[in-house]
Design a binder for this molecule. Structure first.
Ligand code: NAD
Length: 482
């Protein structure tokens, strides 16, 4: 592990294995952190924040380090993508694209660091000047999931470094390797010891971090169940929390759409990354008049999706990332069948065996079925129908989640009307799954609290201080203030 600028084993020497989901074989062994190791990381991060040299850096110095880190990520993108793909089974070409894009987060937030924050306030008291200072929130603990371990970490780390905070990350026990490899780049970029720390281990490490009063902020990406447990634990110390949780995102397709584009967007929304993305467009809500055409197009293409080795550039869909995830997907399809769903395609283990699930399309779904309400986190599309725009919006919003939505229509007025009414943190019109460092990302309702990326992502790591300075030097009467 990387703690206080040193590479450490667990204090009791224990390790945990990371399994390659394609071969189902252990391919790496990492330390399994102890409570003492967690403590050491907190001490290191606290010390770097409270005593420096980090807290004495200028924004320009931090920005320069961030740009160096960006260049190192660009240099090693292919190598790092290969590590990550081996760890979580996602397609190498997708991971390479992610890694090549990651430097942009550090460039964007290096820019934010040097923009200056805070404002001079319009004081109505002539003998006072009033202004705000934006100050780093302190020590940040990040807890990340297995689907895009480093991308989802840097959405936190880049603004953390810009703000001048320090950072401890605990990646998922299923995919710890790429975050450790990333720490090598942080070290090479010259970021001082204690500013960035990696602990590897399971949920206990996360629980300990979350309960520790020396942590100022928790930034979590993962399931809503764990998010709820974290919010509860954080309440004890009023630790600041941002949560990026799950989704059951609708793809609303009107009969005035471009059907070929809609079919492509729907397929990539649910089958890219084997459906293991928080923003997966898992509920297709399609106007009855175009239902058959859209389903026909989907079936034509889904049959040709190439499953296989994530490292093979021809592969379009890899395996589920873990055995429990594989089992969960099949169990949810079985339960959907029992509730009356029709399996239009897939629904079973793929001929490749292992953790491969066939891309699955379920028709005849109504929004009260469990498959339409709970997140699958796998390649399963549920198809629902509607007749009117109002009904489409009602079904789209009838969910406890609110992470994302897709709207497919060539009618501009309709697009704007529906954009405004859908309760979700990201909405795409005639597209799906685009994102960038400048665009806030996060959820309404149970999909989370707070935003990552953009100015709002920066604000998550800053405290605001209002400052009043008396100018006359003649404050004599204690009862005339205010
Ligand atoms: P998970 O919630 O099971 O685990 C996430 C992390 O939390 C892991 O590192 C785990 O070790 C840790 N953890 C588990 N219990 C904990 C506890 N009680 N206290 C502290 N930490 C604990 O999620 P997962 O299965 O790794 O990832 C899949 C989930 O992540 C899905 O629900 C998905 O929607 C969500 N996700 C959300 C986003 C987003 O940006 N909104 C992005 C990707 C994934």
């Amino acid at each position: 592990m990387y703690v206080g600028g040193k590479w450490l084993d667990a204090s009791n020497g224990r390790t945990l294995n990371s399994v390659n989901p394609y071969t189902q074989k252990v391919w790496a062994t990492v330390p399994d952190a102890t409570a003492d190791d967690v403590n050491a990381a907190i001490v290191a991060a606290r010390d770097a924040f409270d005593h420096g040299p980090w807290n004495a850096t200028t924004p320009q110095q931090r920005a320069a380090m961030m740009r160096r880190l960006a260049d190192l990520i660009a240099r090693d993108a292919e190598k790092m993508a290969r590590i990550e793909s081996t760890d979580n089974g996602k397609l190498l070409k997708e991971m390479v694209a992610q890694w090549r894009y990651m430097p942009e987060w550090f460039h964007y937030y290096a820019g934010q660091a040097t923009q200056g924050w805070g404002e001079v306030l319009p004081s109505d008291k002539p003998n006072f000047v009033a202004f705000t200072r934006k100050e780093p929130i302190g020590v940040v603990a990040a807890i990340t999931p297995w689907n895009s371990p480093v991308l989802l970490m840097i959405w936190k780390l880049a603004p953390v470094l810009a703000a001048g905070c320090t950072f401890i990350v605990k990646p998922s026990e299923h995919t710890p390797v790429s975050t450790l490899a990333f720490a090598k780049l942080v070290e090479e970029a010259g970021i001082p010891p204690g500013v960035f720390n990696v602990l590897t281990g399971g949920p206990d490490i996360g629980r300990q971090l979350v309960a520790d009063p020396r942590i100022d902020k928790i930034a979590f990406t993962g399931s809503d169940g764990v998010g709820r447990a974290i919010a509860r634990a954080a309440a004890e110390n009023f630790t600041r929390v941002s949560l990026e949780l799950g989704g059951k995102s609708p793809q609303i397709v009107f009969d005035d759409c471009d059907p070929a584009a809609a079919a492509n967007g729907i397929l990539s929304g649910i089958f890219a990354a084997t459906g293991q993305t928080c923003m997966a467009g898992s509920r297709l809500i399609v106007q009855r008049t175009i239902h058959n055409e859209i389903v026909r197009r989907l079936l034509e293409r889904v049959k040709t999706i190439r499953l296989g080795d994530p490292m093979d550039p021809q592969t379009e869909m890899g395996p589920a990332a873990t055995e429990p995830q594989f089992q969960k997907v099949l169990a949810m399809v079985k339960a959907a069948r029992a509730e009356g769903a029709t399996v239009a395609y897939g629904g079973e283990q793929a001929p490749q065996g292992g953790f491969f699930v066939m891309p699955t399309i379920l028709t005849g779904i109504t929004n009260d079925m469990t498959i339409a309400r709970d997140e699958v986190f796998g390649p399963v599309l549920s198809v629902l129908t509607f007749d009117t725009e109002e009904e489409a919006i009602r079904i789209a919003n009838d969910t406890r989640y609110g992470l994302a939505a897709g709207i497919w229509t060539l009618n501009l007025q309709r697009a704007h009307r529906v954009v405004a009414k859908v309760r979700a943190g990201s909405v795409w019109v005639n597209a799906y799954r685009t994102f960038g460092p400048y665009a806030p990302f996060g959820g309404f309702k149970h999909s989370g609290i707070g935003r990552e990326n953009g100015h709002e992502g920066m604000a998550e790591y800053l405290e605001t201080k209002s400052v009043w300075i008396e100018l006359s030097g003649n404050l004599r009467d204690p009862f005339t203030i205010g």
